[in-house]
Write a protein that binds this ligand. Structure first.
Ligand code: 13P
Length: 346
């Protein structure tokens, strides 16, 4: 393990003004995204869509420090034959790879999932390194039950522990392969729960995660955390203000994340595009924490460009413009410099 190399990459991933583009949708997930724009998901169409994003020079050069790819994309070339990895590197952005095999139903824990993919991971990481990946992602999924209807209260301790243990085993294998692990324990925001429940569950998950990372010998200076923000469930009738989301999220992170971690890059998790930007900006306005706080957004960076593109090459320029705008707004938010005026001017 080359700790200096790992730390340099982790620090670069969270450069102020920049963040990560999560373009690692699995074949199943990208099909759902394409269904929403009535576009058939073929290998060429997926290539065209992602190539268009990676060729958005202003966005990539100025606001995207790295791109999380899916296995297919890491091996794919642009229409003119340039490997997509080279295209990403040409903007001084770092290629990364999603290495988990998805969240699967957990035996003994009905309604909960465990993320799979540890078997054979050492060999896969070695190949991904050779293909150019310098960081990786593993997503664990934690779901909060509806207190009014659920037979069982989730998350259970067993599911939290199994998922954080797997994240720690993955992270140790990544570092052995000189790949920076993004550890992503996502507490889903789709439920009926209030913000206090999300606060408590996120705190429990993060405390358990950092204990497991310690037990598995993971060096925190060579990691990035990708958490959810502390929000109320989408179906909760009482929704918190931007200030409350920012204050509670910063509070939980301060309580749980050691200062040796170079950076924290949030997932957007189904938040409205502008809300994801505004919440990140509000946290950076608070400031005074030891890590850089930035974005590792999938939907919140891609959605407006996806709808503008709509699968039609005639919309290429307009879609690039939409992507550039979201990347620029989030870049400003990563420094606490975003404003509603700049948002509207886009
Ligand atoms: P969203 O920002 O769309 O939640 O995706 C981020 C991600 O990588 C989830 O694993």
């Amino acid at each position: 393990m080359n700790l200096e190399q790992l730390n340099n990459i982790a620090v670069k991933m969270v450069t102020p003004g920049q963040g990560l583009l999560a373009a690692d949708e699995s074949t199943g997930t990208i099909k759902k995204r394409f269904d929403s724009i009535n576009t058939v998901s073929t290998e060429d169409k997926r290539r065209d869509w992602r190539e268009m994003l990676f060729r958005t020079e202003d966005a990539m050069k100025n606001h995207i420090s790295g791109v999380i790819l899916y296995d297919e994309t890491l091996r794919q070339s642009a229409k003119d034959g340039t490997p997509l990895v080279d295209l990403i590197r040409s903007h001084d952005a770092i290629p990364g790879i999603k290495v988990d095999m998805g969240a699967k139903p957990m035996a003994g824990r009905p309604g909960e999932t465990i993320t799979e993919g540890l078997d054979g991971l050492r060999a896969r990481l070695a190949e991904y390194y050779d293909l150019g990946a310098r960081f990786a992602k593993w997503r664990a999924v934690i779901e909060i039950s509806n207190p009014d209807t659920a037979d069982r209260v989730t998350p259970s301790w067993g599911a939290i522990k199994a998922n954080t243990h797997a994240l720690a085993r993955y992270a140790a294998l990544c570092q052995e392969a000189n790949i920076v692990p993004i550890v992503e324990p996502e507490v889903l925001m789709g439920g009926y729960h209030g913000i206090q429940t999300c606060h408590d569950v996120t705190e429990n998950v993060l405390k358990t995660l950092y204990s497991d990372l310690y037990e598995q010998g993971v060096i925190l200076e060579g990691t990035i955390l990708k958490p959810n923000m502390v929000v109320a469930g989408k179906r909760c009738p009482t929704q918190p203000s931007v200030e409350e989301v920012a204050e509670r999220t910063v509070q939980v992170l301060k309580d749980c994340v050691p200062s040796a971690v170079p950076g924290i890059a949030f997932l957007s998790g189904g938040q409205d595009n502008v809300a994801a930007t505004e919440n990140l900006n509000a946290m950076n306005e608070i400031g005074g924490f030891p890590w850089n706080l930035t974005y590792s957004y999938g939907r919140a960076l891609q959605q407006s460009a996806l709808f503008t593109w709509a699968g039609d090459s005639a919309n290429y320029d307009a879609a690039q413009k939409a992507f550039h705008h979201r990347a620029r707004m989030n870049g400003l938010a990563s420094m606490g410099q975003w404003s509603a005026e700049q948002e509207a001017a886009g």
